[in-house]
Every structure is written in C-alpha cells, then in structure tokens.
Design a binder for this molecule. Sequence first.
Ligand SMILES: *[C@@H]1O[C@H](CO)[C@@H](O)[C@H](O)[C@H]1NC(C)=O
Ligand SMILES: *[C@@H]1O[C@H](CO)[C@@H](O)[C@H](O)[C@H]1NC(C)=O
Length: 346
Amino acid sequence: MRYCYISFITFCVVMDVESTIGDGSKHQEQDLEECPTLPVNHRFLEPEKAVKSITDMALWEKSEAYMEYTGFIATLNEAIKGKPLSVDCKVSSNVKKILSVLHELDNYINEFPPIEQPQRFGNIAFKDWIHKVKSNTTQLLQDALHDNLHLAIPEIKLYLEESFGNATRIDYGTGHEMSFVMFLCCLYKIGNLLPDDNVATVFLIFNKYLSIVRRLQKIYRMEPAGSHGVWSLDDYQFIPFIWGSSQLIDQPRIFPPSKFLEDDIIEKFSDEYMFLSCIKYIKEVKKGPFAEHSNQLWSISAVGSWTKINQGLIKMYKKEVLSKFPVVQHVLFGSLLPIRRFPITH
Ligand SMILES: *[C@@H]1O[C@H](CO)[C@@H](O)[C@H](O)[C@H]1NC(C)=O
Ligand SMILES: *[C@@H]1O[C@H](CO)[C@@H](O)[C@H](O)[C@H]1NC(C)=O
C-alpha cells in the first residue's frame, strides 16, 4: 500500500516569509516520484476539536494544519489564475468520483422539501437532510475512493459532513466552508487528488459545492453563522471571492475591477467567473443599495487591480476568519491536518 503524501507547506512558508503570493507553479509541477509517501502503517485518526479557548489560538496559528491549509489555498489560487470556468481542464476519474458524491448529496435535497413552520427560523427539514448525509457518507466515500484509501474514510468524512452547516442552529458560515476546503486538502494528502487536478478541484468540485450550499441556504433559509456573517464577505462565503479574484487577474474584460458591479457584466460573465457568480447571488438575495448591504465588497471595487484585490483578500481571510476564535473553535484536527507545531522543533 503506497500513499502519495502531498504537502502544501513548502509553498506556504515561502509565501509567509515574503508575504506575497509566490510562485506556486514550481510546487505544482513537483514530480510524483519525489512525492513523499504516507508510511504504510500510518494511523488515521478521527479528527477532533483542539482549540478550546482563546489561548489555544496560538497553537492553531503555529500548527501544521494551519500551514497546510493556507498553503493549499495559495496553491489552488495560483493554479486558476487568469482562467475562466470554461477553460479546458483535465478531469481525472478521481475528480469525477468526488463529483458524483456531491451530486448524490445534492439529489438528497429533493427528498426533504421544507416543512410548514414559522418563516423567520431556519427550516428544520435541513436536519433530515443532514441526517441522511451523515448516514450515507461512509458508503459514498467507499464507492469513490480506491480500496487502499478506505482506512482514511473515518478521518476525512467528518470534514465533509461538517461542511454544509450546523443542524442544531440551521446556520452556515465560513467555518463550514473551511471544513469543505479541509476535506479537499485531505483528499490531496492521501493522494486521491493530485497536482494535475488543481484546476478541476476548484472549477468543478468546489464550484459544485458552492451551488449545493446556495441551494441549502435558500431552500432551508439557513441563518448566517456568527452575528450576521461577520466572518464572511456575503453572510456565508469567503473562499470563492479569493479564488474568484485570482481568476480575474490579467484579463481585460472585467477591468477596472469596479466593473464587477455592473449588471450587464454580471449577466454576461457570471458563468465564467466565480467572483461574478457570487455578486449575482448577492444581488438576487439582498434588497437595497449594494453599497449598504455589501459595504466591504463595495470598498473592494475601488481597488485598482485584481492582483491587489486577490492579495488583499488572502490577508483579510487570515485576519478576519482564520484568527477568529468563534470560527476556529469548531475546526477538526486529525493525522492529516495535525495541531502539532510546525516546523517541529526538537
Ligand atoms: C442512507 O441514509 C438513509 C437515511 O438515513 C438510510 O436509511 C440508508 O440505509 C443509508 N444508506 C446507506 C447505504 O448507508
Ligand atoms: C452546532 O451548534 C450547537 C448549538 O450551538 C453546538 O452545541 C454544536 O457544537 C455545533 N456543532 C458543531 C459541529 O459545531
């Protein structure tokens, strides 16, 4: 049994030292042969919360999990730079299998229509959907992953299950989004996804996830987690704005960036660029002047280049999401995304 153990840390460390977005392409092209492998007797763990109080935040910010996670976001950010969603990208059979898991979860929504109840609360039919998701993820992942990787399922499936919202509160926010991105990161770390899959991972898998959570938000009227989405840009999401702004770097059609506010641009390009699909969604679900309901995005529109917006959003994500205890207290740590300190000091 041989696992390809992909690490995103080298890239991340470079990025942090120079505090700019470095050249991720070198890392992506890393030869599979050079890829270190998980030891044959690697012990997977059921992931658990580890940040229990504000003082534990320092552990998180110095952890291997933090380095891997931020390195992963930066690596995919680099891979999709300047590319529209329709770009011709390789779609491996492993990507297709993960997509069918998501299609299946999406279909389950049809089985649980919202029930009659007071409008102002999240719809409790969401609990039934989540229940079905949780009872079926093991089977779905067994169908999707190679036999060699089945031992990893108890560890990685929790990240997937936690990525659609909280069933008690019927809310959704950037913590759930983070859980899905960690699930993807784990799929790389066990070698189920490879650097060749980077573009498809964002454009097909993550984009499909986005359409599912939007459907859940609308159908079950999910509340924004936290006090009205303080830890997100549009009440719910953050990452599609990061990756979406990377797509818009060095393209002439949506430039200057303030054009993302124009209705005809949104209509024309929302199927090509995640950033515009996010703006379109906001305009669908929110009433009133954009500058009022989405003030942060409004301010961003004044920035002169997409490169600056992209770099600014990554910094903002670290500051406004990754360093906030109310978000990080729910993060799960296991053998693939460990809380142990990095670099390991002896
Ligand atoms: C899927 O979930 C449903 C509802 O909880 C359950 O009845 C069914 O047995 C599950 N299927 C599998 C394969 O676990
Ligand atoms: C969901 O919300 C409930 C109620 O606030 C909380 O006790 C629970 O820990 C949350 N679940 C997760 C997985 O964050």
